[in-house]
Design a binder for this molecule. Structure first.
Ligand SMILES: CC(=O)SCCNC(=O)CCNC(=O)[C@H](O)C(C)(C)COP(=O)(O)OP(=O)(O)OC[C@H]1O[C@@H](n2cnc3c(N)ncnc32)[C@H](O)[C@@H]1OP(=O)(O)O
Ligand SMILES: O=CC(=O)O
Ligand SMILES: [Mg+2]
Length: 721
């Protein structure tokens, strides 16, 4: 059902949502809103289309040049060609960003950035509340404490494991808030006298080496505060005391937990972790986002034998050492990741009956919802600075960033928002953006609040861009390749030299192995040592653990030491190995791994509308899969097929065999429909095949067009049944 509004045709569900929910108390009338929206669509759709056409033309030229130069490739000639076709832009003069009204979570608090699919309201609420997390729980429930020697997790509380958790946390306290003498592990009592924190370590009363790190308490003062608040490297944490708590009871100082600021910012994702293919889905997405912005979102669910109603946490209240009351945010600062410029949505048809660019729809509706926060209409405040944070993914080059900037200007005018209320986070995840990053930042210099190396999409684009030139190295070798390291370094370098330090985030990519937390603790601090002041994590537990890295590394100091660098030549080194002879076994392993990842992800996307999944790889390691990882796996298979490393029959046989493996992995899911043996009738299996066999034709190797088409087909089939 749709409504004719002016010259637009709007799906009724979206029309009703906007009029009856999003516009309420927004200061805008429905009449004006729809009339302005129609004009905006008219003014911006054509430019959006032209930018997509330019992507296509550029890729065609690169494909042709690569075919012509396959046997005689020289980087100098390649670079000259890229300049000639405008792929490499003429660099702008030095400048610094001037973004204003940015919250301290971005400017002053280096810390983890959590990402969550907006369509999953239960997870989204959890993410917003993941500003604070229990260190004891995160350690107990992860693989950081090895499950051996009696320290297994088991089904009920294991005190052997518990002791190891407590020991770990207290070692950490010794690093973050060292005592003048002794260790937190020897603490018998924490007490506050005359505004000073004293720790009794067994007959001796000691204090903090840096007394200023102690900021206040919760509960009663004196000998029995319920919590003590500390700060290190801009991040807060509490030592919580409770003599009646099962853990506190067993601790000499009655410490029940160490509660740490964790997900400082969170990306509420409308893009790659979400399956939203029609008006119904888009309304689900927008309704959850509105509920986060006005504070009304709640979700009730059963977990174990408990019924839980989840809602947003309030702020946290403390008394300073001198008795003044103050609060700290209880929720993560939320950004919204809109979709990119590629797709269209038939939730609205324009005056010519054409679906409108989905990125334009997202920009308008997510900003309208966030205006509730700007107006202070909600139960809580997201941005204390009155800003709206939108992350824009998958832009190619500075012209596309300029388009986003102009679009946001126009959305501000339409919604009655002050200029540059809408901030932008630019995903540096397409090759044309990485290579022209300085120009991209320049185009958004008055509203930019982050650049982030989305290395997963970036890897997919690397493969697709050079598809014609030769066979790519194996997927797992990509991370060590020259281009990738240069891209990561260049991103930090350009960010620092454009004045990001203390003003905006230089972010790094996702830890995509949600169960391997020990490994994350060993490695993910590398992103901070390389100059990032935030980096992505897939879950609240990962946020709490990764937060410890920021206590360890003084990121602003690292950024201060960064000078000018030149990375273009290395970034242009291609991950192709035309001379490499992979063994039959290696080839099959690579295909198996990619096919398993593709089908394991796609089957839930197509059949159940789940946009982000944990899927085991062939070594049985759970991997976070989303559309970006799908882009890599499918483009890699396409590339090897295209260069004859494997045959079509081998790929099909692999996909069929892996479909059975994925079916078995999902055997416990009552909502699951197996792909085997009726492969022809499985829309999900056909989608997997399309992604590989039609991978060369997909715009920039994106998976969205096939996923959307096939999901719509699967939905129609379900309705027909
Ligand atoms: C390339 C890119 O664009 S990366 C960015 C896009 N990717 C993402 O956003 C991935 C985000 N992460 C996720 O979606 C999930 O963590 C997955 C799919 C990887 C794993 O999900 P699951 O298998 O359901 O996780 P698991 O069973 O271990 O844990 C579920 C619990 O953790 C919570 N959880 C897991 N991930 C998140 C998250 N990102 N945010 C908030 N809570 C989360 C759930 O709320 C749930 O707790 P609850 O029962 O109290 O509600
Ligand atoms: O969006 C993130 C990525 O890695 O791609
Ligand atoms: Mg991405």
């Amino acid at each position: 059902m749709s409504e004719k509004i002016g010259n637009l045709t709007v799906e009724a569900s979206l029309y009703e949502f906007i009029n009856q929910e999003a516009l309420v108390d927004s200061g805008l009338t429905a009449e004006q809103f729809w009339a302005d929206f129609e004009r905006l669509i008219r003014d911006f759709s054509g430019r959006n289309k032209k930018l997509l056409k330019k992507r296509e033309e550029i890729q065609e030229k690169i494909d042709q040049w690569n075919r012509d130069n396959q046997d005689d490739y020289f980087q100098e000639a390649y670079e000259a060609f890229l300049k000639e076709i405008g792929y490499l832009e003429k660099e702008v003069d030095d400048f610094e960003i001037t973004t204003e009204n940015v919250d301290p979570e971005i400017t002053a608090q280096p810390g983890p950035q959590l990402v969550v699919p907006v369509k999953n309201g239960r997870y989204a609420l959890n993410a917003a509340n993941a500003r604070w997390g229990s260190l004891y729980d995160a350690l107990y429930g992860s693989d950081i404490i090895p499950e051996k020697d009696g320290a297994e997790q088991g089904t009920s509380y294991n005190p052997v494991r518990g002791d190891k958790v407590v020991a770990y946390a207290k070692r950490w306290l010794d690093e973050a808030i060292p005592l003048t003498e002794g260790s937190h592990k020897d603490a018998k009592q924490y007490k506050v006298e005359n505004g000073i924190l004293y720790v009794d370590i067994g007959g001796k009363s000691v204090t903090l080496q840096n007394a200023k790190q102690f900021l206040g308490t919760q509960g009663e003062k004196g000998d029995s505060p319920a919590a003590m608040l500390f700060k290190n490297h801009g991040l807060y944490f509490e030592i919580q005391i409770d003599a009646n708590h099962p853990i506190g009871k067993t601790d000499e100082a009655h410490v029940k937990d160490v509660y740490v600021e964790s997900a400082i910012t969170t990306i509420i994702d409308c893009e790659d972790s979400v399956a939203a293919v029609d008006a119904e889905d888009k309304v689900d997405v927008y309704r959850n986002w509105l509920g986060l912005m006005n504070g009304t979102l709640t979700k009730t669910f059963t977990k174990g034998n408990q019924t839980i109603t989840r809602k947003l946490h309030p702020d946290r209240t403390y008394s300073s050492p001198f008795g003044e009351s103050f609060t700290l945010p209880g929720r993560s600062l939320m950004f919204n990741r809109n979709v990119g410029h590629l797709m269209t949505s038939d939730a609205i048809l324009d005056e010519n009956g054409q679906p409108v660019p989905e990125g334009i729809l997202d920009a308008v509706v997510t900003s309208l919802a966030a205006k509730q926060d700007v107006l202070g209409n909600g139960n809580f405040q997201n941005s204390a600075e009155g800003s709206i944070y939108i992350v824009k993914p998958k832009m190619h080059g500075s012209e596309e960033v300029a388009f986003t900037n102009d679009l946001f200007d126009r959305v501000e005018d339409m919604l009655g928002l002050k200029r540059h209320t809408i901030k932008v986070g630019v995903m540096d995840e397409e090759r044309r953006t990485s290579l022209n990053l300085k120009n991209c930042i320049y185009e958004a210099r008055e509203r930019i609040i982050f650049i982030n190396t989305g290395f997963l999409d970036r890897t997919g684009d690397e493969i697709h861009t050079s598809m014609e030139l030769g066979p790519m190295i194996r997927k797992n070798e990509m991370k060590a390749s020259t281009w990738l390291q240069a891209y990561e370094d260049s991103n930090v370098n350009v960010g620092v030299n454009s004045g990001f330090r203390g003003k905006a985030q230089i972010g790094k990519g996702m830890w995509a192995m949600p169960k391997l937390m020990k490994d994350m603790m060993d490695k993910k601090d590398g992103q901070l040592k390389a100059g990032a002041n935030t980096a992505w994590v897939p879950s609240p537990t990962a946020a709490t653990l990764h937060a410890l890295h920021y206590h360890d590394v003084d990121v602003f100091k690292v950024q201060q030491a960064i000078t000018q660098g030149e990375y273009r030549d290395e970034m242009l080194e291609l991950p192709i190995d035309a001379t490499r002879q992979w063994s039959e076994k290696e080839i099959q392993q690579e295909l198996d791994n990619n096919a398993q990842g593709i089908l394991g992800y796609v089957v839930r996307w197509i059949d159940q509308g789940v946009g982000s999944s944990s899927v085991p790889d062939i070594d049985n390691v759970d991997l976070m899969e989303d559309r970006a990882t799908l882009r890599i796996s499918s483009q890699h298979m396409t590339n090897w097929l295209h260069h004859g490393i494997c045959s079509e029959e081998q790929v099909l046989e692999t996909l069929k065999r892996m479909a059975k493996v994925v079916d078995e992995q999902n055997a416990g899911d009552p909502n699951y429909t197996p792909m085997a043996p009726d492969y022809d009738n499985s829309v999900a299996f056909q989608a997997g095949c399309d992604l590989v066999f039609k991978g060369k034709e997909q715009p920039n190797g994106y998976t969205e067009p096939i996923l959307h088409r096939r999901r719509q087909e699967a939905k129609a089939k379900m309705v027909a049944r």
